[in-house]
Design a protein around this ligand. Structure first.
Ligand SMILES: *Cc1c(COP(=O)(O)O)cnc(C)c1O
Length: 390
């Protein structure tokens, strides 16, 4: 064999069956092979287990799918290369022309874009309500045959809490599917409350280190099976190396989330009594209008703390610029703390009434709390709150 042939047919290391790596290896291979044509055909017909092509399935991805399904209390999972990849693929797989979607003003902007700008072009209609408008939800579901209701809780950025029991009951009663983007609350929250589909951006808490993107669709085996071919054929495949990193991130998921929540709780309480802060939005504060609801349906209160600065946009800009430990950046759920000042919050696609519903004011600041020392973070916030008003 010439070397140019050998480099393409390298020696293989056989690992004995009773000799396992403690960390699952990365199957960084697009293709998988069996010994003969008949076995391969049987695999492609789904008559035997195995892997063939990584866009369709890959052992590293499958292992992460099984882990995430268990974490979220769902039966099965489909991965995607980003959170929005999961949202888009899920909605495309579930909807057809003529279907109606109920969505909310307080939702992730790109999700509204997918529903309004993309699915809208293919004959899917939607209604946009406030997540607090229970009467509106009941009215729309009673009046219009609806394929699915897609919602978030806590919402971005002002942490409104969806009444999940009410939403799921209404959705069921009218034969629609409930789809929850559960990115903010994490995998350990909102399982076992009858939600049909959970969506997650794995870019956030799952990866946890801000260095890799991913998304997940989690649902019953039957529902995932019904979506699988569409999602796979749309092609938002997660790379095996990214899946490996996300799986590594998941090992410290609970430690990170607990520390971030503990920090967030202390910071929220501190901001709530600060003279330059008009109002704090954190569901863990007894003063949050939906604190009792959040306590009922969540085991903790999340890692996003938003607040209204006294003053307005310019104070928010000076505040963010004065922070040393909080980077001005989008996203959440990583180990480091981040800030989004008022100039960078809010959505251009909402009308005046919807903007009021979104509750983002001229002084609204969003903090994503990391795992740093809480005293250091509070000292940094205090310095910046002072600097914003000089
Ligand atoms: C970040 C985010 C997404 C999108 O995830 P990407 O991984 O950035 O594509 C979707 N929904 C929510 C609630 C998010 O916070």
């Amino acid at each position: 064999m010439k070397k140019s042939t050998r480099v393409n047919h390298p020696p293989r290391v056989q690992v004995p069956a009773d000799n396992r790596p403690l960390v699952a290896p990365i199957y960084q291979s697009v293709k998988f092979t069996l010994d003969d044509t008949v076995e391969t055909e049987s695999l492609l017909r789904g008559e035997r287990p195995g892997f063939f092509y990584s866009r369709v399935s890959n052992p590293t991805l499958r292992q992460l799918e099984l882990l995430l399904a268990e974490m979220q209390g769902q039966e099965d999972c489909l991965l995607a290369a980003s959170g929005v990849g999961a949202v888009a693929a899920c909605l495309i797989a579930l909807c057809k022309a003529g279907d109606h979607i109920l969505a909310f003003v307080e939702s992730y902007g790109p999700t509204r874009h997918i529903i309004h700008r993309i699915l809208g072009r293919y004959g899917v209609t939607h209604t946009l309500l406030s997540i607090e408008d229970k009467a509106g939800i009941e009215r729309v579901l009673a009046e219009r045959p609806t394929r699915l209701v897609i919602f978030e809780s806590p919402t971005n950025p002002v942490t409104k809490i969806a009444d999940i029991q009410h939403l799921v009951a209404q959705t069921r009663q009218h034969g629609a599917l409930s789809v929850m983007d559960n990115t903010f609350a994490g995998f350990h929250n909102h399982g076992g409350c009858g939600i049909d589909v959970h969506l997650h951006s794995l870019t956030k808490y799952a990866s946890g280190h801000g260095d890799v993107m991913g998304g997940a669709i989690l649902a019953s085996r039957k529902l995932i099976q019904s979506m699988r071919q569409d999602v796979v054929t749309l092609g938002p495949t997660l790379d095996p190396h990214a899946a490996f990193l996300i799986q590594r991130g998941m090992r410290t998921y609970f430690l990170r989330y607990e520390r971030q929540c503990a920090n967030a709780g202390r910071i929220a309480a501190h901001l709530a009594q600060h003279a330059n802060v008009a109002r704090v939005f954190y569901p863990g504060l007894p003063g949050h209008p939906q604190h009792a609801l959040a306590a009922r349906q969540m085991s903790d209160f999340g890692t996003i703390v938003s607040f209204d600065l006294k003053g307005g946009v310019d104070h928010g800009t000076r505040f963010a610029d004065a922070l040393e430990l909080f980077a001005i950046s989008a996203s959440l759920g990583s180990t480091e703390s981040l800030v989004m000042p008022p100039r960078l919050l809010g959505s251009r696609d909402l009308n005046a009434e919807q903007r009021v519903q979104s509750a983002i004011g001229p002084g609204t600041v969003r903090l994503s709390i990391g795992i740093e020392d809480a005293d250091d973070l509070i000292a940094d916030l205090d310095e910046a709150l002072k600097a914003a008003f000089i």
